[in-house]
Design a protein around this ligand. Sequence first.
Ligand SMILES: [Zn+2]
Length: 396
Amino acid sequence: MLIFEFKVKAKSIQYSAIDEAIRTAQFIRNKCLRFWIDNEKVSKYDLNKYSAVLASEFSFADKLNSMARQSSAERAWSAISRFYDNCKKNRAGLKGYPKFQKNNRSVEYKTTGWKLAENRKAITMTDKNGIGKLKLCGARDLNFYQLEQIKRVRLVRRADGYYAQFAISVERTEVSTATGNTLGLDVGLESFCTDSNGHKIQNPRFYRLGEIKMKRAQKLVSRKIKRSSNRNKARVKLGKVHLKISRQRKDFAIKLARCVIQSSDLIAYEDLRIKNLVKNHCLAKSINDAGWYQFRLWLEYFGKVFGRITIAVNPAYTSAECSDCGMIVKKSLSTRTHVCQCGCVLDRDENAAVNILTRAIGRTGHVGTLGLDSINASGETTTTLVDENLLEQVVS
Ligand SMILES: [Zn+2]
């Protein structure tokens, strides 16, 4: 799947109509969730049927295209099935019981309810919501693709306006030749990451700048009186700062991930769970973590595109262990160099990166003879993110 995104230009009355459709999508999703809670043995199919029942009960739900209603029901289902999965896997801690959504920002259509203009520079929503014709602004060209390849159309509201996303079904693979290299990556706070050859990738400048801007915008919001129009203005501004940083972060992640994937046949990194990451309250750390998580998603995505192996390993003791002799050398966070009795002296992060790589290779056996498929067959990779899932997270 490729996702193309365009900024949408329309009249304010049309924007209100989009808001209305987004609200309806949330309403249907939440109603479906309620239906699942209140009834036993509800399946995905039942929710789909229920979305039609809602349309007959609520006139505003009837205004939304039937397939868009189904997509909203499917959103409820994906939250439910995620919960089921977590229960089945017996993962420790909270299982993520589905929640009612309060801040939905998009509505998704499938193959009906919209029509592209002849030149494909505009889209007309054909359901009864009154959204009408939206001008599409952006550098992408939809003319390269067959209409049948457009599987989904999503209208998204962001801090700086409205967007239309097109999910186009294209299998993306690129030719790449084996490099003979393997690479381990360690995430740091001082630098973005360090690889097993000792190269460091510095944090991009916008991390620090973004942190300053975010703090300033946040302060502005908290100074204003609650529910005042000035506070609202400050909140909009904060939203824009967030948006800008997340775009820069995405850009950085894509470029770096592509470059790293092309450099090696196997790339190993820490299996840091986002759940543990976002718990952190230090702003600099949280910006770093979000950046790292996004980088990992793209790494796994490009791994597929270029046919490279990506492996996430358990990070426990990777910084304490000696990469030469395996002894545990405890060090505090401020100790930047790994010094072992065996004579091994390495940069702290480089030592960790080597350990990460060693663990990954230990799990796959001899790397040179293994292809991506054989690893998948043995079920050993942890790169479980499917394309669509990835894009969903990365784009929104
Ligand atoms: Zn040692």
